[in-house]
Design a protein around this ligand. Structure first.
Ligand SMILES: NC(=O)c1ccc[n+]([C@@H]2O[C@H](COP(=O)([O-])OP(=O)(O)OC[C@H]3O[C@@H](n4cnc5c(N)ncnc54)[C@H](O)[C@@H]3O)[C@@H](O)[C@H]2O)c1
Ligand SMILES: [Fe+2]
Length: 375
């Protein structure tokens, strides 16, 4: 038996931030990073809640750490708000989820929660995951609980206009990875497939346009929606080998999450497709599903094999158009990536829960081979 609910209300369309104007006289705790304050982006939120008592926690850094979460929980408990607003990229959203989760566990009353993403990437506004990093060990831990889900997500394309092109590329490839992994996951359903298909078609249709022109309302809106759709898809179906490895590589080497996913994606798709000899008649379910997606996205292909090759080719083409690295060695790593590091990464990735739903099982040798390909 499976149960599927979408409990986060989505606010989108014309002037969605005006939704905040209804909150009068509330105690509001806002979680964001320093850039949101210095750039003036946060004013768009605070101007709409001017008669509320507001505390701004603006210390968020990329990949929130355990220490930052502890600091946030104390500040949240001390202020005792009745509304929590997370405003920013996946890091701010995940941190706010963790603050509320641990404050709740410590006996606080449940706080209403609004997530406002300012990147089109993680889908965190609709997922029951929050990724917290142990910076000492270089490991990312996902918290997983339905209680992490925001009550409301506000999707406003105007907030992603200022995202620099390289971050549009990184976060956009994160969206594509969420959609592709959810689509071939062993937990995929007709419902998650529908969401993943739409997200994939939107990414291939609009990501490059959104990268080229931050003011392109149509492309930016479509990518913002694709991010949420892909989040809904993987919240239902989970992810796979790509994210299992990306969590570890991101934690160990500090490469941005979406960029790591992007580097891995062509190799993981080919690994999962698991092609045999030319002329084979039977293909894995993952290969058939990738081929179907490729055709839906207008990438063509006369056979399962050629459609999957076209899908991989389209991913690589996007990477090149957006000047993204295709290997780890193009990422200017500060840490030596030697064979010890490869073994550590492979062993940690095998323990990541995302691997449980990968369509093709992977052992340490398989993971090492994928790593070898991306070095
Ligand atoms: N919860 C989930 O389901 C989930 C899924 C995937 C990834 N994640 C996590 O999310 C994090 C990555 O999130 P992200 O990719 O959104 O990046 P991020 O939140 O780490 O932000 C990266 C940078 O972008 C800047 N930024 C954000 N919005 C901006 C804007 N509108 N204009 C200009 N700059 C802006 C930030 O200031 C920051 O410097 C990682 O920690 C990853 O592990 C979570
Ligand atoms: Fe991701």
């Amino acid at each position: 038996m499976r149960r599927l609910t979408f409990s986060t209300a989505l606010i989108f369309g014309e002037k969605p931030l005006d939704y905040l104007k209804q909150f009068k006289g509330r105690r509001i705790f806002i979680v964001c990073d320093p850039f949101m304050v210095s750039s003036g982006l946060l004013d768009q939120v605070t101007a709409r809640i001017s008669d509320c008592d507001v505390y701004i926690f603006s210390q968020i850094t990329p990949d929130p750490s355990i220490e930052l979460v502890a600091e946030g929980v104390s500040a949240l408990r001390a202020f005792a708000p009745d509304l929590l607003i997370a405003f920013g990229g996946g890091s701010a959203l995940d941190a706010a989820k963790a603050f509320r989760h641990f404050a709740d566990e410590a006996g606080g009353s449940h706080i209403e929660f609004i997530a406002i993403p300012t990147t089109s990437g993680t889908g965190s506004e609709v997922t029951s995951f929050a990724v917290i990093t142990d910076k000492q060990k270089g490991v990312k831990y996902p918290l997983v609980s339905e209680k992490l889900l925001p009550d409301t997500a506000i999707l406003d394309w105007q907030l992603v206009r200022s995202v620099p092109a390289q971050l549009v590329a990184d976060t956009g490839m994160d969206v594509l990875t969420h959609a592709l992994e959810a689509y071939v996951s062993t937990k995929a359903t007709d419902f998650s497939d529908a969401l993943a298909e739409k997200a994939t078609v939107l990414v291939f249709g609009y990501l490059h346009q959104a990268y080229r022109n931050g003011d392109d309302e149509q492309a930016k809106t479509k990518m913002h929606h694709a991010s949420t759709l892909a989040g809904m898809a993987f919240n239902e179906a989970s992810l796979g080998l790509n994210h299992a490895l990306a969590h570890v590589i991101g934690g160990q080497l500090g490469i941005p999450h979406g960029r790591t996913n992007s580097i891995l994606l062509p190799h993981v798709v080919l690994y999962n497709a698991d092609f045999g000899e030319y002329g084979q008649k039977d293909f894995s379910l993952a290969a058939q599903k990738y081929a179907h997606l490729a055709r839906l996205a207008g990438l063509g292909g006369a056979s399962v094999r050629s459609s999957v090759r076209n899908l991989v080719g389209a991913i690589v083409k996007l990477q090149k158009l957006m000047k993204m690295p295709q290997t780890l060695s193009q990422c200017h790593l500060e840490t030596m990536f030697d064979s010890n590091m490869r073994t550590t990464i492979a062993q940690l990735a095998l323990k990541d829960n995302c691997l449980l739903t990968n369509p093709r099982p992977a052992d340490e040798d398989d993971v090492q081979r994928v790593l070898q390909q991306i070095i």
